[in-house]
Design a protein around this ligand. Structure first.
Ligand code: SF4
Length: 554
């Protein structure tokens, strides 16, 4: 499929669209920007801000940055201003954005497919120590995120990342974000199909391509040929999941329109089977539909999930086949139920080639530059120099010979990176939270770590699969709606009637074939201080009343 030039009026096929003319779709002729975000994207492509960062802003400093670049286009290169320290969560909604802005940035490094060499990991660790006060969180989208970045240092950081094949291109913004991939692609014994070539081809076609750099909003992609369904495919805008077609063999089942945040939606299957070599075509077709038909009037209706909800899978597939691919897709089967409940690859597992991979758990994704460098040392001493990040804020070292496994596991333990984590260390994730995020209302990372410690002490016997996800605000960066216990940060009243940090509780969410959203338990809010007591009570009640081999998780 040929890429479309970045002129919406020329690029977009005009169709008769009557029902949703008011939603700002380019395909319906709405090329006049309908809100401030659409205006700044039309005024100048987000990708173009790089030149200004390199030639003006990094030389003249923070105060020289144009506000439309600062709060808009810089995201196209993975940059957000971080939260000014010392502003409590009660002020998040009442202050103007500029009052929350620190003079430092969060910078996201995209790691497509979660694939890293130790050389790349070392550079990430060195940048962290030199330019980011040691910060480097592993995110639940396989990225690494820095804080405390100065605009003056950004060009040098790009130079170092790009010298080892990494980038921050479109790590944020209304763009094709990082492409999630199975972290054990190409090595797992039970793999259906290795999606790595598709991840690479999609990256080559769409990332940094001006034809796709002005989408209605962010666009999330996921590809996994693992039977464990290990990329949270249900909550991506487009996902390709490994299946075996009865006639054609291994390939991918196509899902579209998943997403969390407000109005969460589980993606829908198109019922179409795609061979590996056609995944990039189909991906490009879906992202093009989003660009042309996606809703641009209101930001909170601009994700693909709203278009998919209005069209339905059947119409979406027909438009994809007839107007974007020019050919029909084969019908195909749905993925099968995963055999394991944990899908995070933690622990020691055999590879196809007889060697092993070792998955290990930092605490709620928090590592630091020095630790990443030591992980690179361990991976080189015990493996072949290949490392992966997972969608659960975890990491994996590949290619470990049997006689090296124990030594590696011990080395990881010494860094507080366990390959044998408790249920609580393994299943708890936390978003960035109030420490750095301007939208946050409450703290998350430190509290998640404290919760792990408390639960390990109080319930050492609990070894059921369980996910506990903490968000610092109503957004869904840590996927609270699909956790067994989802905790949405907000201010709550304590017993004295005073506002304190706390969480709205969601119970019973899940990913996998039973994917669904947790129930918001009416009125059930816990203060931050009560959190371990509350979770302990829920789990003890489950243990006391469980029948036979009943599981806590769906
Ligand atoms: Fe920030 Fe909210 Fe996302 Fe957490 S969930 S990182 S607080 S926007």
């Amino acid at each position: 499929m040929a890429a479309t030039p970045h002129d919406p009026a020329a690029a977009t096929p005009r169709r008769k669209v009557s029902r949703h003319r008011g939603e700002g779709q380019w395909a319906a002729g709405h090329f006049t920007p309908l809100n401030g975000n659409e205006q700044f994207k039309k005024d100048d492509d987000g990708l173009n801000v790089r030149t200004r960062i390199e030639t003006i802003y990094s030389r003249r400093g923070f105060d020289s940055i144009d506000p439309n670049d600062l709060r808009g286009r810089m995201r196209w290169w993975g940059l957000y201003t971080q939260r000014k320290p010392g502003i409590d969560g009660g002020k998040t909604a009442v202050l103007e954005p500029e009052e929350l802005d620190d003079r430092y940035f969060m910078l996201r490094v995209r790691i497509d497919g979660g694939r890293l060499t130790t050389g790349q990991l070392r550079v990430i660790g060195e940048i962290s120590q030199e330019f980011a006060r040691g910060t480097a969180d592993v995110t639940d989208r396989q990225n690494v995120q820095y804080h405390w970045i100065r605009i003056e240092d950004v060009p040098e950081i790009w130079n170092r990342l790009e010298a080892v094949g990494l980038s921050t291109t479109e790590a944020c913004g209304d763009t094709p974000r990082v492409i999630l991939g199975s972290p054990v692609a190409g090595i797992a014994e039970d793999e259906i199909v290795d999606g790595t070539p598709a991840v690479e081809e999609i990256h080559r076609r769409v990332v940094g391509n001006p034809a796709y750099s002005n989408l209605p909003r962010k666009f999330k992609s996921a590809i996994s040929g693992s039977p464990l369904l290990d990329v949270a495919h249900e909550i991506n805008d487009v996902a390709f999941v490994g299946v075996v077609h009865p006639e054609h063999g291994p390939g991918f089942d196509v899902w579209v329109g998943g997403g969390l945040s407000t109005n969460p939606k589980i993606g829908v299957r198109l019922g179409a089977w795609v061979p590996l070599e056609q995944v990039a075509d189909v991906h490009e077709g879906v992202v093009s539909i989003f660009r042309d038909h996606g809703y641009r009037r209101l930001r909170n209706r601009a994700r693909l999930k709203f278009l998919v909800a209005d069209w339905g899978a059947e119409k979406f597939r027909r438009v994809l086949e007839e107007e974007y691919l020019g050919r029909p897709l084969a019908d195909g089967p749905a993925p099968e139920r995963p055999l394991r409940q944990w899908r995070d690859h933690i622990g020691v597992h055999r590879q196809q080639d007889g060697r092993h991979y070792v998955g290990f758990a930092p605490r709620v994704g928090r590592v630091d530059g020095a630790t990443l460098t030591k992980i690179a040392d361990l991976a080189e001493a015990h493996g072949s120099g290949r490392v992966r990040t997972t969608v659960e804020q975890k990491m994996i070292i590949l290619d470990v010979e049997a006689d090296q496994v124990d030594s590696l596991v011990e080395g990881l333990e010494a860094l507080d990176l366990t390959a044998r984590p408790s249920t609580f260390r393994r299943g708890t994730m936390a978003c960035t939270g109030i420490e750095y995020c301007k939208l946050a209302i409450v703290e998350t990372k430190a509290r998640g770590s404290w919760l792990i410690d408390e639960l390990e002490r109080r319930l050492p016997e609990f070894d059921e699969p369980l996910t506990i996800n903490l968000n610092g605000c109503p957004n869904a960066c840590a996927r609270i709606q699909v956790a067994d216990i989802g905790l949405k940060g907000q201010l709550v009243l304590d017993e004295r009637g005073e506002q304190v940090e706390g969480y709205q509780v969601h119970l019973g969410g899940a990913l996998g074939l039973e994917a669904g959203f947790g129930r918001k338990v009416r009125g059930l809010k816990v203060t931050a201080d009560e959190l371990p007591d509350y979770v302990e009570r829920v789990l003890r009640r489950f243990l006391a009343g469980r029948k036979d081999d009943e599981r806590f998780a769906a």
